[in-house]
Design a protein around this ligand. Structure first.
Ligand code: HEC
Length: 254
């Protein structure tokens, strides 16, 4: 019996693993299985190590292989299996998975209090579009410039009708925002939209992760005025109006 301590311990370990992984229905989650197996490993280890003689019997086959006393085929098998196991482990650990991330994506995470745009720190509170004016002729001119910026830079992803279905759109997850949807820019303030355009996917706070947004960081390609103009255009072009700072605070005032 003592001679086979190692084999018995290993067999027991695999028997428990097999039972937990295949005999239990519905299957237990991998994370729970890992916890159980860690405890089983610990339990077997403690049992084997608790007795001096048993411990020596357990180590004997390992020492025999390492010392070169074990039969040659076994030593060759160990020599091949060890790097294969490490390689398989590394592959398993790093291979990409197509599963959706565990957490749902927060589409509109809380914006930071301030952010850096064009090398300047900008406070979000009270930030308004400096180019939005009551003068309709000037506004129309700026919207027209914004349209040009949109069709030079944005429509590949956000679509020629601003519906988030540009010809690159299908390649991205999450999909580019559909500006015609009431759940996007129509429910946002221009300051938020400016922040999103200036800082792009990389500027999203933790809530936006682990999803990887393809939205570029436009402050490195467009000037502040250009971003404000394209903001004017995407509202105009999608027939929506931005939320204003009064929407939330209005009740308190009246
Ligand atoms: C490479 C593709 C791509 C291009 C080009 C692109 N976007 Fe995006 N954009 C995205 C994706 C993907 C999202 C959705 C994920 C996110 O919110 O970051 C997004 C989101 C946005 C949002 C956030 C909307 C919301 O409801 O939160 C705005 C605003 C926006 N884009 C504006 C623009 C503007 C303006 C341009 C051009 C200057 C532009 N995008 C160009 C991919 C792109």
């Amino acid at each position: 019996m003592a001679r086979h301590t190692f084999a018995l311990a290993v067999a027991l370990w695999f028997a428990v693993l097999g039972a937990l992984a295949f005999a239990i229905r519905p299957p237990i989650p991998a994370s729970v299985l890992t916890i159980y197996m860690a405890l089983v490993t610990l339990g077997i280890g403690v049992y084997v190590a608790a007795n001096e003689e048993r411990w020596r019997a357990f180590l004997a086959p390992i020492c025999a292989v390492l010392d070169g006393r074990a039969p040659r085929p076994i030593r060759w098998a160990v020599l091949f299996a060890s790097p294969m196991l490490v390689g398989w482990g590394a592959w398993w650990w790093t291979a990409p998975s197509w599963d959706a991330p565990y957490e749902p994506r927060v589409v509109h995470p809380e914006p930071p209090a301030s952010f850096v745009s064009h090398g300047r720190r900008v406070e979000i509170a009270g930030l308004v579009n400096p180019l939005r004016t009551a003068d309709t002729a000037t506004l129309a001119q700026r919207v027209a410039e914004g349209r040009e910026i949109y069709y030079r830079n944005c429509f590949y992803c956000h679509g020629d009708a601003l519906a988030g279905d540009g010809h690159f759109a299908g390649a991205f997850s999450p999909l580019p925002a559909n500006f015609r949807d009431v759940g996007t820019i129509a429910m946002l303030q221009e300051s938020y939209v400016y922040w999103r355009i200036a800082t792009g996917g990389p500027g999203l706070p933790k809530g936006g992760a682990p999803w990887q947004s393809a939205m570029p960081v436009w402050q490195s390609m467009l000037s502040e005025d250009e971003i404000w103009k394209v903001v004017l255009y995407i509202y105009e072009g999608s027939n929506s109006t931005p939320r204003t700072w009064d929407d939330g605070a209005g009740h308190a005032k009246h």
